[in-house]
Design a protein around this ligand. Structure first.
Ligand code: AMP
Length: 540
């Protein structure tokens, strides 16, 4: 079966209508398991119908191809209907992580000039607080509200009720924009990473070749749809293959997770190192009662997968874990371990078929084996991002001599395996989520008591990195328990709960260089009790 039929690259169409046309209409596209363990099955026909109806809603509201719509939802069925419906309609679809705070929302919706937002009632208060700052935002649709609230805050069920499901996705070319994910840098606001419909080629190929997904598989990707893994491999890749997915609305709970793995006969599980490390901390006896015979493969992404986790899985679960590496910009898996390739614990594996990698020195020279440098990718793979929205200059800076520079330091050993060595910037990776120190520093400065701030990531056994905030207080204030709580709450509400500092350290002064740039390297060295290195550029 060809993936691209009659030059139709539309991802919404491929993941729904095309699967029905292949004869999979009655097959379960996903089993939705709520946080309370209620189970509901949705077939590919259901997915096709609901996404088509949503595309019809978009049409009735006057959306046009290329407009930008965001979802701001926790994991729930409407997330999938709206995402695929928007793509069918040729909108650009962004997905906001449900824990984002006010500022994080404004930064993303504002930069994108989003015209529509799909959310739920309990998030509405937050949206209404910031709506005044979002002049382009014309329509807000609420998935669990029975009546329209106002002219522009509309009930999704009401809009969908009267809508026909006969929408047909227009013929969509490979370079038509599709998905927009924001990623955090160490300076400035988050950047909108724009993908195109052609990315489905790579997501399809890697779902097949790396994740080894076949028609008969039951696949569970635990990633939230707010991040690239959640859309690339929690929606698009597997459904382009007609594979049944499990989607679970609950949080981490080792028993609930293993109940799902066993009961639903999950054959392939894609998770993240922090979650696996949390499982590793549980009493190993609790896993004995589970029959995991159906589970063929476990994959991991987002942060380095320590060898101890692999050893634990081999001993306790009698399974291997395959680490995969990619980033928002690459759209899909680039370097990976996979069944058939011997695992070197601690290594990210080898480039996937069709991907050419290089380790490059700062001066642009290609390095040989066992030399650490920047991990770069030869341009031209189909799921490559096509720009940073409104920031073409920074986009262009990422490319040199036909290579895309990932920002990750790595080395390739003599057997061709890649080893992650850290990031080349100050971005913090906590539990697989990239967080900008700049965003947290800015939020901290909005607090009356805080005069200066500097934020770093420090090593953490569970989260890989934790957020550590250094603050200098205004003279008239003292650091108290109440202030500490206030700071944590403020960052959580403004940025996101995952950005909340784990450690807050009060200092007299934040080290800055002569042009006023925060010297995070100095803060980090001080925190870790290491040498601070050359301080000649420090301001007086
Ligand atoms: P994001 O763009 O949010 O998906 O984050 C991508 C970044 O997460 C990469 O550039 C790496 O720094 C990190 N990352 C992702 N996968 C891995 C992995 N398997 N090993 C080490 N770091 C990873």
């Amino acid at each position: 079966m060809e993936l691209i039929e009659n030059n139709q690259y539309n991802i919404g169409h491929i993941c729904t209508r095309q699967q029905c046309e292949r004869g999979l209409g009655d097959k379960t596209a996903f089993r939705w398991i709520s946080a309370h363990q209620e189970r509901t099955d949705y077939s590919f026909r259901d997915l096709d119908r609901e996404s088509s109806k949503f595309a019809g809603v978009l049409s009735s509201l006057g959306f046009a191809a290329g407009d930008i719509l965001f979802t701001f939802l926790p994991k729930m069925p409407e997330q999938f209907f709206c995402f695929l419906g928007a793509l069918k309609f040729q909108l650009i679809c962004g997905t906001l992580f449900a824990n984002f705070g006010d500022e994080a929302i404004v930064d993303r919706l504002g930069d994108a000039g989003a015209k529509g937002l799909v959310t739920k009632k309990s998030f509405l208060k937050k949206i209404m607080r910031v709506k005044g700052q979002l002049p382009c935002l014309k329509w807000i649709m609420v998935v669990d509200m029975d009546e329209h609230l106002s002219e522009d805050v509309l009930s999704y069920p009401l809009l969908m009720r009267s809508m026909s499901d006969d929408f047909v996705a227009p013929l969509t070319g490979p370079s038509m924009p599709s998905v927009l994910h924001y990623t955090s840098g160490s300076t400035g606001k988050p950047k909108g990473v724009l993908h195109v419909h052609e990315s489905i080629l790579h997501l399809h190929q890697t779902s097949q070749d790396v994740l080894n997904l076949k028609d008969s598989d039951v696949f569970w990707c635990t990633a939230d749809q707010g991040w690239v893994t959640g859309t690339s491999y929690g929606i698009m890749g597997p459904w382009s293959l007609g594979v049944t997915q499990i989607h679970y609305g609950g949080n981490y709970d080792s028993n609930a997770w293993f109940d799902i793995l066993e009961r639903e006969q999950v054959t392939c599980w894609y998770s993240a190192p922090t979650a696996l490390r949390m499982l590793m901390r549980e009493n190993p006896d609790q896993f004995k009662k589970y029959d995991l015979n159906a589970l063929k493969h476990i994959f991991s992404v987002g942060e380095p997968l320590n060898p101890e986790v692999i050893a634990w899985a081999r001993k306790i679960l009698k399974k291997d874990i395959y680490d995969t590496w990619f980033q928002t910009e690459t759209g899909g898996i680039m370097v990976t371990n996979q069944p058939g390739l011997p695992i070197k614990p601690g290594s990210m594996g080898k480039p996937v078929s069709g991907i050419e990698t290089a380790i490059v020195a700062d001066d642009g020279i290609l390095l040989g084996d066992n030399q650490m440098g920047m991990l770069c990718l030869k341009t031209g793979w189909p799921s490559m991002f096509r720009t940073y929205l409104n920031n073409e200059t920074v986009y262009k800076q990422k490319f040199r001599n036909g290579y895309y520079s990932t920002g990750d330091k790595a080395l390739r050993d003599e057997d061709g395996y890649f080893w992650f060595k850290g990031r080349s910037d100050d971005v913090i990776n906590t539990a697989g989520h990239l967080i900008s120190p700049f965003e947290i520093e800015s939020a901290l400065l909005e607090i009356e008591e805080v005069a200066e701030s500097g934020v770093i990531g420090a090593p953490d056994d569970l989260l890989f990195e934790k957020v550590v905030a250094f603050i200098a207080l205004r003279k008239q204030y003292a650091y108290t328990k109440e202030l500490e709580l206030k700071i944590r709450l403020y960052v959580s509400n403004k940025v996101s709960s995952i950005a909340t500092p784990q450690d807050i350290i009060v200092v007299d002064k934040i080290p800055k260089n002569k042009s006023g740039k925060i010297m995070r390297r100095v803060l980090k060295a001080r925190y870790l009790g290491q040498e601070t290195g050359d301080l000649s550029t420090l301001e007086d």
